[in-house]
Design a protein around this ligand. Structure first.
Ligand SMILES: Nc1ncnc2c1ncn2[C@@H]1O[C@H](COP(=O)(O)OP(=O)(O)O)[C@@H](O)[C@H]1O
Ligand SMILES: [Mg+2]
Length: 349
């Protein structure tokens, strides 16, 4: 059992606020990702959890008990870094067993646990190699094994896949998720890569400027973001301003310059209020369907393989529209598009 809680954590470096009143609860066995652009305070937050950095204010609690006074090696957390940080002069098994030798466990127990960890990351055949004799992906597996072998209550990952090429990153992403679920260990994962965050996490905490601006399941933060920066950071989106004309069946009817669009009923929005809608390029359909259909003109078409990405202009407003597969529509062409059945209402600048 391990429930992690950050309560009002603040960390300043000089006058700059790196982490700004961050409160997050990670439930037992949960995989939570801190997602945000470079410099938003992700690493600092993770290092505070690990006990490598002291916060100026706030508390870190494990299973409801403050761990502030415990040094890093007594926190029962283990961290995997982007740079792997393996010991170059130690073999794979020596690297993995390092934390156990520091704890002065009996040699046969160390050997057994190292063997188990090697099997979990599928590196059994490579135990006597040195880090320089391994590929990047294998080195990262060693780093993961070294973290889990100590049986931490909380696993921490700081952009562990960022140094790998795209194909390998995707494969290790699947492996990491499967491993975390098998171990059931509470995990905090840091990345600036939205696809990684969506694919791996039970929940995503979106960070900007030291603050957690939004927390939700991958589907919630992608489909129904509550703040504008979340919608913007998580892929391509369309923003469209409009006025709430009515509330019906838990939906808002929003009058936009392009026509009526419905929105999920968000807390605290009133009839008559001007709101910003956010919807994804894949929510706009080319053709006439039920809903608001409008005509527009293709300004640009980019073939991206699985979809074609269009910039479409209608009534002075440009929209991004995705259509599955390739298409012969070119710049200048008039097309009919149907606006999404529902959009999200977002707040903030
Ligand atoms: N040891 C430090 N001294 C001074 N400033 C720091 C230090 N560590 C981080 N910062 C600053 O704090 C902010 C957050 O950094 P960091 O947590 O590393 O962000 P991220 O991991 O999201 O890229 C940045 O502006 C960074 O420059
Ligand atoms: Mg970082």
């Amino acid at each position: 059992m391990a429930r992690l809680e950050l309560r009002d954590i603040t960390k300043r470096f000089g006058r700059a606020v790196a982490v700004d009143r961050v409160s997050v609860e990670v439930t037992d066995g949960e995989f939570l990702t801190l997602l945000g652009p470079s410099g938003c305070g992700k690493t600092t937050t993770l290092r505070i959890i690990a006990g490598l950095v002291d916060p100026d204010e706030g508390e870190v609690l494990l299973d409801g008990k403050p761990v502030q006074h415990f040094p890093a090696h007594r926190r029962q957390t283990a961290m995997v870094f982007q740079s792997y940080a393996l010991f170059p002069h130690m073999t794979v098994s020596e690297n993995i067993g390092f934390g156990l030798r520091m704890r002065a466990l009996p040699a046969d127990l160390i050997q057994r646990r190292v063997g188990e960890a090697l099997a979990l990351v599928e590196l059994e055949g490579l135990s006597d190699r040195y880090p320089r004799q391994l590929s990047g992906g294998q080195q990262q597996r060693v780093a993961v094994a070294r973290a889990i072998v100590t049986r931490p209550k909380v696993l921490l990952f700081d952009e562990p896949l960022s140094n790998l090429d795209a194909k390998l990153r995707e494969r290790l992403r699947l492996e990491l998720r499967a491993l975390q679920q098998r171990l059931g260990v509470t995990t905090v994962y840091v990345t600036h890569d939205q696809a990684e965050a969506l694919a791996l996490s039970d929940r995503v905490a979106v960070m900007f400027g030291g603050k957690v601006v939004e927390i939700g399941t991958p589907r919630q933060v992608y489909r129904t973001p509550r703040v504008r920066v979340t919608a913007e950071f998580l892929g391509v989106t369309n923003f469209l301003d409009g006025k709430v004309a009515a509330v019906a069946d838990g939906h808002y009817i929003v009058q936009t310059p392009l026509g009526i669009v419905e929105a999920d009923a968000a807390l605290g929005v009133r009839v008559g209020e001007v709101v910003t809608l956010s919807f994804r390029p894949e929510d706009v359909r080319i053709g006439r369907y039920e809903g608001t259909a409008i005509t527009g003109r293709v300004l640009h078409a980019s073939y991206l393989g699985s979809v074609t990405d269009y910039v479409v202009e209608s009534g002075g407003i440009t929209l991004r529209v995705h259509e599955a597969g390739g298409s012969a529509r070119g710049a200048g062409e008039e097309i009919t598009i149907t606006l999404p059945a529902t959009a999200a209402i977002v707040r903030g600048g």
